[in-house]
Design a binder for this molecule. Structure first.
Ligand code: SF4
Length: 391
């Protein structure tokens, strides 16, 4: 299939599964065609804007009942570094973030550790909570009410009721799908010991958020044992859900990198080619309006290529706290991000945790109690009022 066929079919609602399958292993000039088509579609819809969110990371707990083969974040009780933040610690981090001009409090945490570890249940009971999600909801409320930061939570799988409770205080919520193939739960695979990575449970969480009209972030982790075709199939599942509910605000495409301390230490890193192909296919499948993100700290020196592949967002950048999920990869300074973007011909613009279109265009996606706080931080286009412009 030629470049013209890609560009002709993509704007009219995205390329077909057959066309996407054709491009999953594109190489050489075909790969360049794929990237050019994705870039053109992004430029047409998003212009020369690339966004980021100025956020503070709050690692609420690194205890987790799952054991994903690639995880560097989780600790078991008693291991060095195992930690559940106290309410005072949560608020202290959030206040530092607010003082540095952050607008978003990103809560990172393990999934339901209390179901596996009595120590986790005891820690929660100490603060007066039964579940990690109950504690998370309470901390999101306090951070929102006491610091003015907008919480975004990544707690893993949620029930319909938990989605509703979190949605009271979080303008947006997230869960990475990683990949929906059930093969990853087989013995020896990345999710073999991760009950919360069951594809059905993760898709259900996305669906509950859609039914309740909560802006939602999801994404893929590339290179954990899935096939190129399975990446495309996961992207089409996201697309189908978004067509029903309209709530997917961004899709993150992240690349696996081996680290000595993880069970998958001997796996090969995802290649840059696989990352670029997946970003470009995400753009062409999900369309020009979707926000596609690749974190810059996972792929130093490839900023222009990520833009060429069709991203329009760099994700969260913290002037205060390290990236707790990938601590070995320091966040670039925001100024450096602006410079790299400008060198590639794009203007860096700060956004809030909830994307501009959910503030200015799409109705019914912001809870009444959150509207004033979001409006106070947003400019007329729905982007963040920047630090420099605030009174
Ligand atoms: S669910 Fe998240 S925190 Fe838990 S092991 Fe998997 S990647 Fe790590």
């Amino acid at each position: 299939m030629a470049f013209e066929n890609l560009t002709d079919s993509a704007p009219a609602g995205g390329i077909s599964p057959e066309s996407a399958a054709h491009w999953t292993e594109a190489k050489g000039s075909a790969l360049l065609d794929l990237l050019r088509a994705a870039c053109a579609l992004r430029d047409e819809a998003k212009g020369d804007t690339v966004t980021y969110s100025r956020k503070v990371f709050i690692p609420l707990t690194n205890l987790c009942r799952d054991d994903c083969g690639y995880c560097t974040f989780k600790r078991d009780p008693g291991q060095p570094g195992a930690k559940t933040l106290s309410p005072d610690e949560v608020l202290e981090i959030a206040r530092r973030g607010a003082a540095s001009g952050c607008k978003e409090a990103l809560f990172s945490l393990g999934d339901k550790p209390e179901l596996r570890f009595p120590e986790a249940a005891q820690e929660l009971a100490k603060y007066g909570y039964r579940t990690t999600v109950e504690y998370l909801v309470a901390m999101c409320q306090r951070v929102f009410e006491e610091t003015g930061l907008l919480p975004h939570a990544n707690p893993g799988t949620l029930s319909r009721r938990e989605v509703a409770q979190l949605g009271e205080w979080c303008p947006s919520i997230g869960i990475m799908l990683e990949n929906l193939t059930p093969r990853l739960r087989e013995p020896g695979m990345a999710h073999a010991a991760a009950p919360d990575k069951a594809p059905g449970a993760r898709m259900a969480t996305l669906r509950f958020a859609g039914e309740q009209r909560i802006p939602f972030t999801t994404g893929l982790l590339v290179g954990i044992g899935e096939s190129p075709q399975e990446r495309v199939e996961t992207l089409f599942e996201i697309k189908r859900l978004h067509e029903t509910h309209g709530h997917i605000q961004e899709v993150i495409i992240q690349n696996f990198r081996a680290k000595p301390e993880i069970p998958m230490a001997d796996w090969p890193d995802a290649t840059l080619t696989d990352l670029l192909r997946t970003i470009a296919l995400a753009r062409l499948i999900l369309g020009g309006e979707m926000n596609i993100q690749a974190p810059p700290n996972l792929t130093p020196e490839v900023y222009p290529l990520l833009l060429l592949a069709g991203i329009n967002d760099w994700g969260g950048v913290s002037p205060v706290t390290p990236d707790h999920i990938n601590p070995e990869a320091p966040w670039p300074e925001i100024e450096a991000l602006a410079r790299h973007s400008a060198e590639a011909g794009y203007k860096l613009r700060e956004r809030l945790t909830v994307y501009p279109e959910f503030i200015t265009q799409k109705s019914g996606f912001l809870r009444e109690n959150l509207k004033d706080a979001v409006a106070a931080l947003a400019d007329a286009d729905g982007y963040a009022i920047t630090h420099e412009k605030r009174p």
